[in-house]
Design a protein around this ligand. Sequence first.
Ligand SMILES: C[S@@+](CC[C@H](N)C(=O)[O-])C[C@H]1O[C@@H](n2cnc3c(N)ncnc32)[C@H](O)[C@@H]1O
Length: 273
Amino acid sequence: MADKEKYLHGFTSTEQERLRKQARFLETQIYSRIDLSSVNNLLEVGCGVGAQSEILLRRFPELHLTGIDFSEEQIGQATAYLSTIPYATDRYHLQQADATDMPFDSHRQFDGAFLCWVLEHIQNPQRVLSEVRRVLKPGSVVILTEVLNSTFFVDPYSPNVWKYWMKYNDLQYDMKGDPFVGAKLGNMLQSLGFTRIEIEPKVIHLDNREPAKRTEMIGFWTELLLSGLPKMLEAGYVDEELAENMKKEMHLVAKDPNAVFYYSFIQAKAFTS
Ligand SMILES: C[S@@+](CC[C@H](N)C(=O)[O-])C[C@H]1O[C@@H](n2cnc3c(N)ncnc32)[C@H](O)[C@@H]1O
């Protein structure tokens, strides 16, 4: 399978904008406990269109960032995006590379690593973490933020959204990804010899307490669901009818004055020894 076909969300400009919107929307929650102020040379694995790179360079002004992604297209987009950001000037290097076989010497240049929404797309996440450990200096910090897709819930109850969502996860699984990888980060880090491992479930629970944020999240989630649709239709995981019913139910959830949105993802922090 070509690299392009392996990636569930695809590489359209809508998808690239979705990644940036997603990063900004979740920024407060993702970065609330991340402090990389003592890191000089950060490795960002699976940097995509540079959405997290921009945030990292903004939040940690002393940082130099090396971003890798296996997609030339994403690297091109990230390069174009970061070149428009004044505070990023001369502070980053982006290159096409496979996270399971990184083109870097062992224990040389990096003293921190950051991965966000990446391991879910990779057949052998353990191999990626082993590469991360190999290229980092001893005592370096690693921050992982990954999905746990079984936690998604909306009220009013929406059976077609559920069906569609499980098909979405089935497709990701069959494409050799892992939509539940977040739950396994602790085990993987421990078996690879990382130390001081901390695991934190991050909860997005939106209801009448924050109606505007809830509306934004439901809109954003609908875009996420639709990002997988072309591949799901093509591979026969869903038909047009299920897709239409899913859209109708998400629309009803969006309009419901008592709607509830819930999703939880996992963040891990650990150190190389
Ligand atoms: C969902 S995007 C996340 C991008 C970015 N981390 C963010 O949060 O916006 C996942 C990225 O991982 C990249 N990727 C998937 N498999 C990879 C691999 N084996 N090596 C490097 N990058 C990979 C994809 O090309 C894609 O850009």
